[in-house]
Design a protein around this ligand. Sequence first.
Ligand code: ADP
Length: 214
Amino acid sequence: MRLLMAGSPGSGKGTHSRRLGEHLNVPHIATGDLLREQVSLGTPLGRNAQTFMDRGDYVPDDVMVAMIKDRLAQPDAQKGFILDGFPRTQGQADSLDKMLADLGTPIDAVIVLEVPTEEMVRRLSGRRTCPTCQRPYHMDDEPPKDDETCDDDGTKLERRADDEPDTVRHRLKVYADRTAGVVEHYDTDSVVKRINGEASVDEVQERIRTALGV
Ligand code: ADP
């Protein structure tokens, strides 16, 4: 299955894509994770991307498109994928259309997680992430078993620089201005599944699976 996971920062895209990817046995491809990996490796791409990410701005389309093209060509993506965080601009959506048309592999569904703004701010400010495996936690909703370390690998959890309150507000504005409308691009194909994302993680995951019939 080839799926896009859409929704604003804090809507739960990462958490649900990860779980759904395990359930469907397809890779979870998160552009934010791919970028943060480049940043931590200190590559030229990572150094360039970091200036945009720390401000809560988007990394330029040409960089993102090249990155996704490369990732979708990997062997594990041939059986399907969940794309989390791409496309975020009209230009990226057009490029993805072209890529998938060339490969003859259309998208099966676009999941849109809908959550009210004040809830997104609450979620982002309580969020912590494992810098090693990128697993997300929430200090109130989904805390780690052991204080502030990752359940999977024991690394000390961190708060992302872009989860600071001012940057969160900026990211939500950028999303509203540049990304919210991109979903309409897919509406004509009736592949869009809008999911109310304001419930427990288990409940929302169940809603997604029911909507997809998986
Ligand atoms: P969130 O969805 O919660 O904002 P992500 O981890 O998905 O967090 O993304 C973090 C940052 O990475 C974004 O704020 C942006 O700077 C950059 N980024 C991720 N995906 C894209 C994309 N498709 N286009 C441009 N920039 C992106």
